[in-house]
Design a protein around this ligand. Structure first.
Ligand code: CTP
Ligand code: ZN
Length: 153
């Protein structure tokens, strides 16, 4: 429920609203989705918006785009409370909470320079998802902060 006087970012007609994003993570959400506006798509961002569920939240609206499960899995690492709303013809036709997968493959780069996944071996990275971070399945390096900086771009 949002009263009109609280509406900061316009409604969209078709696309995806990623709501209840942890404050401060909106730009990382765009990075994960590979969105920089260069393809002409409509993108709206609200940052530090008051929220009833979180003290402050970020919100990202992307027009004309629905997300893949892989994208949602990675988003869940930086925005564990996010809601994905699919909008068609102005109506929210689907709403679901992101779910943290038990592991993510090929989307994060291990920060350990000695890790086999960062050498020239054709080894796909794999991180196990912990309650408070991620752990490389090969070298066991644990990352709790700045997970977004590990995203393979
Ligand atoms: N939204 C939008 N454009 C639309 C419809 C909805 O940008 N055409 C946005 C709303 O502004 C809101 C989110 O999508 O941020 C979810 O919409 P809705 O389910 O109507 O809001 P709430 O009931 O407040 O959602 P929740 O219960 O998940 O907090
Ligand atoms: Zn590693």
């Amino acid at each position: 429920m949002s009263d009109d006087h609280e509406l900061r970012v316009s409604k969209i007609r078709d696309g995806t609203v990623i709501d209840h994003v942890r404050a401060g993570q909106a730009l990382n959400v765009l990075a994960i989705l590979g969105i920089d506006g260069s393809e002409g798509e409509g993108v709206s961002i609200g940052m530090n918006v008051p929220s009833d569920r979180l003290a402050r939240k970020d919100i990202v609206k992307v027009e004309g785009r629905e997300l893949s499960q892989d994208e949602v899995d990675v988003l869940s690492l930086i925005a564990p409370d996010a809601t994905i709303n699919i909008v068609r013809e102005y109506d929210v036709v689907e709403k679901h909470r992101v779910e943290r997968p038990s592991a993510v493959e090929g989307v994060l780069v291990c920060p350990n320079a000695g890790c086999i996944t960062t050498e020239n071996e054709p080894v796909t990275s794999r991180f196990d998802v912990l309650d408070d971070g991620v752990r490389c399945a090969y070298c066991e390096r644990i990352v709790r902060e700045e997970i977004a900086s590990l995203i393979d771009t």
